[in-house]
Design a protein around this ligand. Structure first.
Ligand code: ADP
Ligand code: MG
Length: 729
């Protein structure tokens, strides 16, 4: 019986691409077919019910019970045409994964019969037995019931045979227990704050929507290999493994031709996405071997967040049909690039204007500059909170690893806009003279080119970059729920815009002209937020040094970065905007710390197990072989020859013994540290102990194991190797 690695290699070699043929007629014939979208609603709902859903979506109005009954019954009838037998409130608890509890439409009726029923009450609210979802101490188990409530702003859809109703998840006392609730509150805040600032420029603007276009990076590995690697199976990343001789040095994978098996996978994934109305548009190879990316067209942020959560689930389902496993982890393989999820973010008005797109004339450009500069100011004020929004055990491996943005938050805006801000800053403040106004119009705002795209997309090392008509938050990790960073970005901007409006209004009240007032406040912002702007190489040590001089934080690990999430400033921000109260923020903090600690704990156990039942036994077996060889040599050779030739096998035997000894010692020490950490009652202290006392052993053990991998006969090594997992065709 060959070892598990050879079995998986054999499975891989017999793998053929699973054909997938897109139905005739192409995307337009099936796009959104599984979504209860506007078109479906128009054909299934009465005009009155349709209007009530639209109004709820656009203006947040309530849907009354009678209407909800009508909508529910139409939704069910529609889903029945797609074969749906069950329904579920689909929500995003703080575990990071999406959650669903299926209930059948069927109900027993009199006379031993069965009927199907789905009414307004069931549509609006469901009670999952939610005692096992993380709640950070908000709910004691005896009052364990939380409930999910329909979010009509994101359309229902059918997956498999289940009608899924996008929902929020809250405790009985009303606290948010999910990602969506604070996001919706933040989106509401930004709508109000941004629309009111837009009034300075255009009275017709009634609503501002945050937009999000995510780019999802991921790895694919053959499922047989995946199963043969306990670390991939249980932690989503490799904890051991020597780098292959060829990694990504030649840069021959990026944008290269996509392997046939992968193309088939992507095709089916896109098909499934399009059925669900997820507008996937782009696909390509990424930098690392085995790494890929996909991106949709941007959408309203809440919908885009749902679509990203949904696609992560669909990705895994489709992968199984193609003999793949998807690795969404930020750093599945050491030595090659990890995966991120760029969040492209902007604001759109109901008059069809992208507020981050410079316009054709100085007036629209003053509006552009207002939002642009307020964003820089908001990031400057809340850089640390933004850092905390991307903190996760898995993302720690990536931030600052010379492949992804550093853990220092800064803003890149490109040379043209830097120049504009510099010139704006130079103009004397106060009431503007006629000449100053001309200068401002012609030489500053008038100079902003309409198209900035080419100039602004160059710096890939910045965590937060302006890319022509949107900001791109690049430090977000590939496993993240975009709701985290989106909640915080929109919240800090909303808060900033409220302050801005107050300052401008105060000047106007003091008889300053509107444009002068706006200019004066912006000018102050440019000055006070300068330190957050950085145009150079974010990967360099020089930047780390410079950032330290500027007083910018550079916190590299999650448990410490999360401190920012509960700072006085953060609590004030969330509470002020009504996004989360103290209790909710602290609960979330606790959950994130616990999640961190558990992830490292699991990794540590898996590493210990692998060292104990893969690495050490394999090394011992090979060492015995070497010792037999040595014995044999002794019989064959005369003493002088033996002494000369035995050096190599002897030193190999010795090296193996040394490395095994270190591995076992380190493993024991790691377990000791774990025991100590587990005794700590305070969750923050425990997470820090895991980070600073347990985690460092990983590298030490891995180092020895990877050396052994190079020393030991390929035939007896049991774990699939990097070169086998990464270069599959
Ligand atoms: P790249 O950054 O890879 O060069 P693009 O800049 O063309 O690619 O677009 C990347 C992502 O930005 C896409 O998902 C796209 O939908 C999104 N995007 C474009 N415009 C906006 C916008 N106004 N708001 C939010 N996202 C946007
Ligand atoms: Mg991009």
């Amino acid at each position: 019986m060959p070892n598990i690695r050879f079995q998986s290699l054999e499975a891989l070699s017999s793998r053929k691409p699973t054909e997938f043929i897109v139905p005739d007629g192409g995307v337009p014939t099936y796009y959104g077919k599984h979504v209860f979208n506007q078109k479906a609603m128009q054909s299934w709902l009465s005009a009155e019910a349709y209007k009530s859903v639209m109004s709820a979506t656009q203006h947040g109005t309530k849907i009354d019970r009678a209407m909800a009954d009508q909508i529910a019954s139409a939704m069910k009838a529609w889903s029945n045409t797609l074969g749906a037998t069950h329904y579920t409130h689909w929500f995003q608890p703080l575990t990071g994964a999406t959650a669903e509890k299926h209930d059948s439409f069927f109900e027993p009726a009199a006379g031993g019969q069965a009927i199907e029923r789905f009414d307004g009450g069931m549509l609006v609210q469901q009670e999952p037995d939610a005692s096992s979802f993380p709640n950070g101490g908000i709910r004691n188990t005896f009052e364990a019931r939380g409930y999910t409530a329909w979010d009509p702003t994101s359309p229902a859809f059918v997956i498999g045979k289940t009608l899924c109703i996008p929902s929020v998840f809250v405790s009985y006392t009303g606290e948010a227990l999910d990602y969506k609730t604070p996001l919706l509150r933040a989106l509401q805040s930004i709508d109000v704050a941004a629309a009111s600032v837009c009034q300075y420029f255009d009275k017709n603007v009634k609503k501002v929507t945050a937009t999000l276009g995510w780019e999802q990076e991921y790895f694919l590995v053959d499922s047989a290999m995946f199963k043969a690697r306990p670390d991939l199976l249980l932690t989503g990343r490799t904890l051991l493994g020597h780098a292959p001789a060829k990694g990504q040095q030649l840069e021959d994978h990026y944008f290269g031709s996509i392997p046939e098996r992968v193309i088939m996978y992507m095709r089916e994934l896109e098909y499934e996405a399009h059925l669900l109305g997820i507008p996937l548009k782009t696909r390509h190879n990424e930098v690392a071997p085995g790494q890929y990316e996909m991106a949709p067209l941007y959408e309203e942020a809440n919908l885009a967040v749902d679509h990203n959560s949904l696609i992560m689930d669909v990705m895994e389902k489709v992968a199984l049909r193609h003999g793949f496993r998807v690795l969404l982890h930020e750093k599945p393989f050491a030595g090659v690039n990890g995966s991120g999820k760029h969040n492209n973010w902007s604001l759109a008005t109901d008059t069809g204007i992208n507020l981050l797109s410079p316009g054709k004339n100085p007036k629209s450009n003053l509006q552009f500059l207002t939002f642009f500069i307020n964003i820089i100011k908001a990031v400057h004020t809340h850089a640390d909170l933004l850092r905390s929004s991307i903190a996760a055990a898995s993302n720690d491996h990536r931030l600052g690893a010379n492949e992804a943005p550093p853990a220092i938050i800064s803003v890149f805006i490109g040379s043209q806009l830097s120049q504009v801000l510099d010139e704006l800053e130079k103009i004397e403040g106060g009431k503007l003279s006629a000449e100053q106004k001309t200068e401002l119009k012609l030489n500053v705002v008038g100079k902003i080119p309409e198209i900035l795209l080419d100039n602004t997309d160059r710096n890939r090392t910045s965590p937060f970059a302006f890319t022509g008509n949107k900001f791109e938050f690049r430090a977000v990790g590939s496993t993240a729920n975009c709701a985290g960073p989106m909640t915080i970005l929109n919240a800090i901007l909303a808060n900033q815009l409220i302050e801005f409006k107050a300052e401008v209004d105060a000047l106007i009240e003091n008889k300053m002209k509107k444009d002068d007032a706006i200019f004066n406040v912006l000018k102050e912002y440019i000055k006070s937020s300068k330190d957050i702007r950085f145009e150079g190489d974010g990967y360099s040590q020089a930047w780390a040094d410079e950032a330290a001089k500027r007083g910018l934080s550079n916190v590299k690990t999650t448990p410490r970065a999360l401190d920012f999430f509960v700072s006085g400033q953060t609590l004030g921000l969330f509470e002020g905007l009504g996004i989360m109260n103290h209790k909710e923020v602290h609960a979330r903090h606790e959950i994130m710390l616990e999640n961190y600690q558990k992830k490292i704990q699991i990794e540590s156990r898996v590493l210990g197990d692998m060292a104990g039942n893969h690495i050490v036994p394999t090394a011992l077996r090979y060492q015995s072989l070497l010792m037999q060889n040595l014995q044999g040599m002794k019989q064959v050779f005369d003493e002088a020859t033996f002494n000369r030739l035995a050096k190599v096998p002897k030193s190999m035997i010795e090296e193996i013994a040394e490395r095994i000894t270190v591995i076992i010692e380190k493993r024991e020490a790691m377990v000791e540290e774990r025991k100590k950490a587990n005794k700590l009652e305070d969750m923050r202290e425990r997470a820090i102990a895991y980070c600073e006392k347990v985690l460092p052993y990983f590298e030490a053990i891995r180092y020895q194991s990877d050396k052994l991998e190079m020393l030991i006969d390929d035939e007896v090594w049991t774990l699939p190797k990097y070169r086998e997992m990464l270069f599959m065709k």
